[in-house]
Design a protein around this ligand. Structure first.
Ligand SMILES: NC(=O)c1ccc[n+]([C@@H]2O[C@H](COP(=O)([O-])OP(=O)(O)OC[C@H]3O[C@@H](n4cnc5c(N)ncnc54)[C@H](O)[C@@H]3O)[C@@H](O)[C@H]2O)c1
Length: 332
């Protein structure tokens, strides 16, 4: 079994590749290694996969939003299914550089759907985001809720990906599963995300800026739980039986939330990082940032009911694991 994983040098793509390879499968990983954050970290993730799995992991550097380059890079390579995790991530950066989001998340997503169609892929699982829920007030967020009011371009591109995918499942009966991830954290995480930024500042004795005056809540999901959900979804393509699927499609297209099913105060997350670092943070309270959502909380009943998904890692256990990895990676 060979799976094409996009964004394989990214945080979640690295972990998914590792999990599939550890099951004895083959992975073709693609990534353009862009410099949105440390390229060295992306290269280290690829090096780790190469070291641990040898020839079973085949890495190709390519921009999947460049259709000609994508076709050329994959010529002569065969794969059975796709996990499409590559994207321009980050809510705040979408205000600074909107074109990067249209390029990777819209053009790139279309190219991946066309690839899946041309290759007759058995299933494509793709990443959406909790940010599609925008300012919805009813918590927890359910896949049945309306999501027509995104608060950022990032969120709008992810919602658009779900809509474009729906047309592909309808027109071409392409089996697709869209996963709305809720704030993922853990070893090999992302330097642009709050948990990394806070950990770095606390260990360096610097100050942290706490947005939303600390009055924000997030459903923090440990990366191993996200990977378990992605792999369970990948192994269970939606049947083309005309029945209504999670998210409302009558085609072979499901939408699921993957979260920890708990909404945690930002201040509790900071307290756990402080505990793991053995130091207190100097905190400056700041207003909400443009594009940010105040609270997130995932209703996971759809994926639990269909696939038996159950998150296993609370932030009390997950945050110390992240901090431990952070220190080891930086030789601290
Ligand atoms: N981490 C989270 O909390 C979170 C939450 C919700 C949704 N998501 C989504 O999950 C997916 C994975 O996120 P992540 O946290 O691993 O992010 P990441 O930025 O670490 O990984 C994305 C990878 O995609 C690559 N990439 C971007 N554009 C590309 C292009 N045009 N061609 C080839 N490669 C390209 C990047 O170089 C990067 O390595 C993304 O779709 C993201 O939007 C993540």
């Amino acid at each position: 079994m060979t799976t094409l994983v996009t964004g394989a040098a990214g945080f979640i793509g690295f972990h998914v590749s590792n999990a599939l390879l550890s099951r004895g499968e083959q992975v073709i990983g693609i990534d353009n290694l862009n410099d949105y954050y440390s390229v060295a970290l992306k290269q280290d993730r690829i090096a780790e996969l190469n070291t641990n799995h040898g020839d079973a992991f085949d890495f190709i550097k390519v921009d999947f939003a460049d259709n000609a380059a994508l076709s050329a890079a994959l010529e002569g390579k065969s794969f059975d299914r796709i996990v499409h995790l590559g994207a321009q991530a980050g809510v705040r950066y979408s205000i600074e550089n909107p074109h990067a989001y249209v390029h990777s998340n819209l053009v790139g997503h279309l190219n991946m759907l066309e690839l899946a169609r041309a290759r007759g892929s058995a299933h494509m699982v793709y990443a959406s985001s909790s940010s599609v829920y925008g300012g919805n007030k009813t918590l927890p967020f359910r896949v049945e809720d309306r999501v027509d009011h995104p608060l950022s371009l990032y969120a709008a591109t992810k919602k658009a990906d779900e809509l474009i995918s729906e047309t592909y499942s309808h027109l071409y009966r392409l089996p697709l599963t869209g996963l709305r991830f809720f704030t993922v954290y853990g070893p090999w995480g992302r330097p642009d995300m709050a948990m990394w930024i806070f950990t770095k500042a606390i260990l360096e004795g610097g100050e942290i800026g706490v947005f939303g005056e600390g009055n924000m809540r997030r459903d923090f999901t440990y990366v191993d739980d996200i990977v378990a959900g992605i792999v369970a979804a990948l192994d269970n393509p939606p049947p083309d039986d005309g029945a209504e699927k999670a998210g409302g499609s009558h085609g072979p297209h499901r939408l699921y939330n993957i979260g920890n099913n708990r909404s945690e105060e930002l201040m509790r997350m900071i307290a756990l990082i402080e505990q793991a670092c053995g130091r207190e943070a100097k905190k400056t309270l700041l207003p909400m940032q443009a594009g940010d959502v105040r609270d997130t909380y995932a209703d996971i009943s759809a994926i639990s009911g269909d696939l038996g998904f159950e998150p296993k890692t609370s932030i009390d256990r997950g945050i110390p694991k992240f901090v431990e990895w952070y220190k080891a990676y930086h030789n601290l």
